[in-house]
Ligand binder design. Structure first.
Ligand code: HEC
Ligand code: HEC
Length: 158
């Protein structure tokens, strides 16, 4: 039941978003047919002037990286099922802000120091998915015993 409601909410938001996107791709479309997304009012980490479609790309990226849907981080009214994306009521939204800032720092301060001419831009970009891989809590890495042993063999790297 809860899941169905969530899907309906996302679908409604998407319909709205894609209308705005289509309207942008086709400047000839009647302007009165446009239903632009409301401008964000509570961005504290992402650039305040981010394009609506870029904001949505990021939001879908976060959802996929953690294997969740929008209400994991965003408040939804129990009665009206209306989302309030600007509200800061959900603890995971606050955690996500810290994570966004962390990822920005990793990429701008640290990845830029890595001199690896073979690496493509995507290779030297840390994303939410780098750690989360579809989980809300990143899985802990426990090395196998034999891998531990191999690390001690002083073999010439190939
Ligand atoms: C992992 C947590 C997370 C998920 C999942 C998530 N968001 Fe967000 N969202 C955030 C954070 C954090 C911000 C605020 C970013 C900032 O402060 O710069 C935000 C901001 C927004 C805003 C701007 C609100 C405003 O007015 O300031 C919109 C709109 C939004 N999200 C939509 C969505 C949609 C639609 C989905 C699902 C496709 C989604 N979000 C999924 C964390 C999330
Ligand atoms: C360097 C690895 C790493 C990256 C990159 C990363 N995270 Fe995390 N994230 C973690 C770890 C570790 C935890 C668990 C922290 C804890 O529980 O104290 C976590 C926890 C979270 C949680 C809380 C989950 C829960 O169930 O309580 C959210 C939400 C989250 N991350 C969002 C994000 C978002 C959004 C991004 C990308 C902007 C991101 N993370 C990038 C390592 C990472």
């Amino acid at each position: 039941m809860k899941r169905v409601n969530t899907c309906a909410l996302v679908a409604a938001f998407l319909a709205c978003t894609s209308l705005a996107l289509i309207a942008q791709d086709a400047p000839a479309a009647a302007p009165q047919a446009r239903r632009p997304m409301p401008a964000p009012t509570n961005l504290q980490v992402l650039p305040k002037d981010i394009a609506p479609q870029d904001l949505m790309k990021m939001m879908f990226g976060y959802s996929q990286a953690l294997g969740v849907q929008c209400p994991f981080c965003h408040e939804v009214n129990e009665q009206t099922h209306q989302p309030n994306f600007a509200a800061d009521t959900k603890p995971d939204k606050k955690i996500a802000r810290t994570m966004i800032a962390m990822v920005q720092d990793i990429n701008s301060k640290y990845m830029t120091q890595i001199d690896d001419p073979d690496a493509k831009p995507a290779d030297k970009t840390v994303t939410c998915g780098t750690c989360h891989r579809g989980n809300t809590m990143p899985a802990q890495f426990v090395p196998k015993a034999e891998e531990h042993g191999n690390a001690m063999q002083m073999k010439k790297p190939e």
